[in-house]
Design a protein around this ligand. Sequence first.
Ligand code: ADP
Ligand code: MG
Ligand code: MG
Ligand code: MG
Length: 420
Amino acid sequence: MSNPYEPLNVDTIGEKLGHLEILQEKVGPDSSTWTAQEVGDGNLNLVFIVTGPSGQAIVKQALPYVRLVGDSWPLPLKRAFFEYHALTRQAKYAPEDVPEVYHFDESQALIVMQFMSPHVILRNSLKDGVQHKNLAEVAGKFCARTLFRGSDLSMDTMQRKKDLALFADNIELCDITENLVFTDPYYDAEMNRHTSPQLDGIVASLRADIDLKVATQHLKAKFCNNAETLLHGDLHTGSIMVTETDTVVIDPEFATYGPIGFDIGMLLGNFYMAFFAQDGHESEKGARDDYAQWILDVTCDIWHHFEEEFSHLWRTERNGILYDQRLYEDQNQNLASEQALADRLNDIWTDLLGFAGVEMHRRILGLAHIMELDSIEDVDQRAACEARALHFGRQLVISRAAYKSPHQIAELARAVRKDN
Ligand code: ADP
Ligand code: MG
Ligand code: MG
Ligand code: MG
């Protein structure tokens, strides 16, 4: 029999988890020597760093409600189950890029995992103007590997249906994405907030924008209907941890089957917002110009590494249900396979621009905002940065089919920053 669920606190961790061999090994044999610190800065869960004579580990526990809002918004504990299963799949698809899972306790909704150190959350770096090597390469390849290997380009039909069924039950977190990302920003939803009154005019015009509302609902339909692959589901720059040379991805509790372009679009949308936030963090005019350009370089490199790795996997690991090699390579028709690949990459690229634009809107108009913008103290300055990001986001959503490369998007970003 498992114990009934009970949320941990810094004083009970030793007593509750001291019996776990893996923690005795990683942290120290005697739990009375452990100390714990709660570091959860996210919107949903408890996260503890447990420290002892042998080292450190992370204990992440779901709460039965949304931490950001409180117990008026219940949220099921089973999200820890989906996070655990997503982490184990990511560890298989992209080893090295995610923290190692040490232990999972379903009844306590808790995951014990590797403490990433001295890693920091990427979003902090983007606010402070810190560059990271390998970031684009790891992020681009992580997306290619997880999104290719979790799809029916790679999985056999049995594996695929079972996995789809397992993650189909992540209903409540999917519902958050469906509403908070794709719907709420485009009407006067109760939990929305924006910088007011500065943005009131632009917000009203976006919500009256018929083309935009149709396009965003087409994107929502893609998210809901196109179960192409196992997504991370919440791949923003607060879900990436970095050192000067290392990059890892955390927090896949929103994992769901969805379109390949979603994760990478959300990620690029967060980089573009960080780009537009730079003016609000300059010590003097122009001080962040080089850094802003670095952010755009990262977006181009992420797509480049994604495309390269995805193409490599297409040519070497395409053993799933789709684009059967018996129809192409086995008939000496490699060109047919290359043509199909080019088509798929083009679709992913177009989708991801739309998802990036929607992500930018919801982080400025919806419930959950981003620290790079929120921390700009001069409210008029912040509103100016946000207005540029909103305008740029609209352009991505509406004209996504017209843009063919991340360099074109980078050029658009520079133009919007200069002219608005
Ligand atoms: P939430 O689901 O509530 O957003 P996260 O998984 O994003 O929780 O974790 C919240 C914070 O805890 C992260 O921003 C990071 O600072 C810290 N954290 C989480 N996992 C780890 C880890 N494996 N190693 C180090 N720090 C971590
Ligand atoms: Mg998080
Ligand atoms: Mg690594
Ligand atoms: Mg989370």
